[in-house]
Ligand binder design. Sequence first.
Ligand code: ARG
Ligand code: ASP
Length: 713
Amino acid sequence: MRIIKLLLLLFVIQTQAQQGGMWIPSLLKGMNEKEMKSLGMKISAEDIYSVNHSSLKDAVPQFDGGCTAEMISDKGLLLTNHHCGFDAIQTHSTVEHDYLQDGFWAYKMEDELPNKDMEVMFVVRIEDVTAKVLDGVLNLATETEKQKKIQENISALNNSSPKEPWQENKIRTFFDGNQYLLFVTETYKDIRLVGAPPSAIGKFGNDTDNWVWPRHTGDFSLFRIYADKDNKPAVFSTSNVPYKPKHFFPISISGLKENDFTMVLGYPGRTQEYLPAVAVNQIIETLNPAKIEIRDAALKVQDRFMRKNQAIKIQYASKYASVANYWKKWMGESKGLKKANAVAAKQKFEKAFQEKVINAGKQTEYGNLLADFEKNYTEIKDFALARDYFIEVVLRNTETLLVGYKLYQLEQILKNKGEQAFTDRKKNLIEGIGDFYKDYNAEVDKNVFEQLIDLYAKKSPKQFLPSLLNNLDATKLTNDIFLNSKLTSLSGYKELLDGDSKTVINKINSDIGYQLIKSLSDIYTTDVAPKYDELNLKNSALQRTYMKAILELSSKADRVFPDANSTLRVTYGKIKGYKPNDAVYYEPFTTLDGVMEKYIPGDYEFDVPKKLIDLYTTKDYGSYGVKGTMPVCFIATNHTTGGNSGSPALDAKGNLIGLNFDRVWEGTMSDIYYDPKICRNIMVDIRYVLFIIDKYANAKNLINELFIVGQKK
Ligand code: ARG
Ligand code: ASP
């Protein structure tokens, strides 16, 4: 009997442990340590996060705001993704030294390249300040008053909480306003580029393979943090020295097998795991399809031009990649949510929730939550859709409308803030606008405009359409605007901005392009945004109460974790393949053989550098290969999201075994609904990284800095 119970318990722990979750490093001891150990972890929660001695978290900074990185030497050497270092690599590239194309390697520290404005942030310690933030808030009458008081408490705490002069205090909310944590952080500002493989390795597979498994991308780049002589943050200076981290990761080349424990530390950006069914349904049925359709149309036009014309390709490559990334993600997300029956699963959860509320006698407090959500989401639908059309068409995908919108803001500034503010903004605009037009092609955007304005007129909610778009002849309007508007060239734009405020306002208001933007923006700011904000605030308040109730009515076994909010988290799981479709099974490891299978000579996505082909042919893998093959990528059940790119993947002992860079297509809905059967994160195997640094780039100087452990198997 006891054994059966034990087995049962083990089974429960095992299955639950595959459920995902992004956990707070300072709270692992009580929440997760046991489960992590049952999955195979060999270190303690205190080894991961400690205030008293160095711990793993000291080796995991946030990289340049949006990604994660890890320290891999005692001389400040840092590893992150190629796509996270992409802008920096691009900025240093010229026609003579195209580091994107050819890669870059610093064989001496003097050759490393400084990066303006790049930052790397470490978490020193985490403290719960919930009581202090909510002090005096709960008995305030309105949501607006509550939010104001919370903001006051937060700024007071930021100023008064103890920290060293070079550190910062940052307070973030967890569980939608039910918990507040203070992060004491240190931000380093002298960060230099050390190494990057050619894009044919670092971005191998490009958009076609993006969000897709099986994957064969060596998505990594290397940087070095420099500090002042006291190891403190300092702006760039030639007298700075390599930063000595409190911890750096030993690198294991032993390799893991399916079902082995892994964990990932990093800074996941945003998830919405506790949305009610009605909201998820709205994303699947209404919002995602609209956004996908808009981007689909814009991307098709751009792609057509990019394929014909190399200059346009250079102008649009980076914009295209960034628009395409979430276009593809939303498609995978909608598909996954439907396939996993996420709405039905949420409804089931809500039914059980309702019962728990009744059983706990909490009907007055929580009994109406779900009905209120239902009402609110029904009411917000058209406003949310109109908002998405405005954002996607005007602010994101039609460049002419976007530059026009900047003039709309300028006119508003004059109205609301006066002459001086107008002059300052105008000066800024003139200075910055050259960069915009450098990558703008009126012919491309004309074709995008015609498609998107037609979609806007036909598909966005009718009640928010300006009269200009009623019974629209899209082709005629497009021709009119692209023939007559001054917004379609840098010289025209500058001409519009020439003169005093009165002249400028007169000129722009007689421009036909501007007239369209103004009518779209006026309706948006008066009829859409205020009501959307009001309903959205209501939804946030509801979500906060819903979260409070979920926390109160759940047990530890329910594994309630806070949504991602760009703060440091730990996620863990196992290396595991998955079954994307009937009769198909994906194994969890890929190798260099797969790179060669995908190889298309001269192709912009699937070309392979000659040197890599040579190493493949001679099987010259050094100590990184396994039985004549070279590992490239692997997947596991770690629950990650955007922002986790560059995150260290660790083995049971806390050794570095890879770095995270993506998720699998069938599981991209994990931001809303984590399904352990098919949600997987994608990592590049550290042995492939070392192989490229060592054998491909011959950068022995870097290999010698590392602490490599483990034996090849
Ligand atoms: N999908 C990954 C992420 O969301 C990688 C994006 C970069 N790669 C690309 N081909 N665009 O960031
Ligand atoms: N590729 C993402 C990133 O850049 C990671 C993800 O969304 O899985 O952070």
